[in-house]
Design a protein around this ligand. Structure first.
Ligand code: ZN
Length: 431
């Protein structure tokens, strides 16, 4: 069991103090790491740069020798030590869908940023205690053991779980096919829950009907709504964290459409990338680049289906849908990088400059070109099968043959799934 205590004595400083406790150490040296990146953004982020003053102790708080051996790795002398306690401060002053932030009004924590790990103990149960102020409510997807204590089955689940603790969190829920869907809103907003639930039920139903089953039996849409423009979502196994603003415009037409778009996109990620995962990222290795050519499937297919399910469910009318689609086309056609780097190579290179404009004309977008490639593949499969099958059948196949067997898929598996459904070779398309 690994235990993490989070406290914040001075919220104005935006520092959390963290204590990580590793029981039953039994090693002469323990190497603890902080992740160098987070799933969903395939580029190094080096969260260790937010760590201040890391110290190590045994169970009785006798100091232990600790030495930094890599930019995000600490070596601790643990010979004859039963319990290792690490203490450090984490600077929590960034707001997006994958960051950590603290002030006097809220605790917003993505443990992937700030929870250290021992690579030898990834599968052990983790407990996280959040000593937030009296009167705070908590939004999270994880099991709650007591008021301040939450339990994850292992480190992977812990770091796949965002927390928002704040005074005012609006919450509602709906049920679909026996699955509980939660809606959490924190920030300056007035969500019209009746309308939101009606639309969410419709697109979630369309996705589940098409994919035939949902990977989890409970799902949490978590929104953090600042008062300024922001649109950023991160997918998790049974939740999504979406930072979206301005919150006070949430229910206005254009903003609401954008809100539906990102929500449907993130929900489809529950299958595509969280369950159906590139083999290069299974399991995630948090301290190095996990290079994969499949970003265009993870993000492109999700971009394409996110909007398509809004159309199929009637949440978007055809004009709204084509307006979104035209945006993709426009952005793609104005990017001359498409002549210089394929979308698969651009997937590989997200680790270099995947989330910034980069130098002119160097690369394509796994979201935009990836979405258009998904559309083309979908159209080809429909043509090849007299409209009987589409790209969703490919995703369904990958879900059954790989995700449900707890295996990652390779690019060759994706191609093979397409070919087996379309009943022809796709060598030219994949060249
Ligand atoms: Zn995405």
């Amino acid at each position: 069991m690994i235990h993490y205590h989070f406290a914040c004595n001075d919220p104005h400083s935006h520092y959390f103090s963290v204590e990580a406790i590793f029981a039953e150490v039994a090693k002469d040296f323990t190497y603890v790491y902080l992740p160098a990146w987070r799933p969903g953004k395939y580029q190094l982020a080096d969260f260790a740069k937010n760590v201040q003053r890391l110290t190590a102790y045994d169970g009785d708080y006798n100091p232990l020798a600790v030495k930094k051996v890599k930019k995000d790795c600490w070596q601790v002398q643990t010979k004859d030590v039963e319990t290792l306690k690490l203490q450090y401060n984490y600077f929590a002053f960034k707001i997006d869908a994958g960051s950590t932030y603290v002030d006097e009004y809220e605790w917003y924590i993505n443990p992937i940023n700030c929870a250290v790990f021992d690579p030898d103990r990834m599968d052990e149960q983790c407990e996280i205690s959040l000593h937030f102020p009296e009167g705070f409510q908590v939004a999270t997807s994880i099991e709650r053991k007591s008021k301040h204590v939450f339990v994850a089955k292992d480190y992977y689940e812990l770091v796949d779980t965002p927390f928002i603790a704040a005074q005012n969190i609006a919450h509602d829920r709906f049920e679909l096919n026996g699955i509980q869907f939660h809606l959490w809103f924190e920030g300056e907003c007035r969500p019209d829950f009746d309308r939101i639930k009606q639309d969410f039920k419709a697109f979630a139903q369309a996705q589940i009907r098409s994919m035939e089953e949902f990977p989890v039996n409970e799902y949490h849409f978590m929104y953090k709504l600042p008062s300024y423009p922001l649109r950023h979502g991160v997918e998790h196994g049974n939740s999504t964290m979406i930072a979206f603003g301005p919150g006070f415009k949430l229910m206005e037409d254009q903003t609401y459409q954008s809100f539906l778009g990102i929500s449907s996109h993130e929900l489809f990620h529950t299958w595509n990338v969280k369950a159906i995962r590139p083999v290069e990222m299974k399991p995630y290795r948090f301290n190095e680049e996990n290079y994969s050519p499949l970003g265009y499937v993870a993000e492109g297919v999700t971009t394409y289906f996110g909007d398509l399910f809004l159309l199929r469910s009637g949440v978007f009318d055809f004009d709204t849908y084509t307006h979104q689609f035209n945006k993709l086309l426009n952005q793609h056609l104005h990017n001359y990088g498409r002549f210089n780097l394929s979308v698969a190579d651009s997937s590989f290179d997200t680790w270099l400059d995947g989330y910034e404009p980069g130098i002119p004309g160097r690369k394509t977008s796994i979201y935009i070109k990836g979405g258009l490639v998904a559309f083309i593949l979908h159209a080809y499969i429909l043509r090849d099968t007299n409209l009987e099958y589409g790209l969703e059948d490919v995703m369904k196949k990958l879900y059954q043959n790989f995700a449900k067997q707890n295996q990652g898929y390779a690019e060759a598996d994706y191609k093979e799934a397409i070919e087996s459904i379309a009943e022809r070779h796709y060598d030219d398309e994949f060249e």
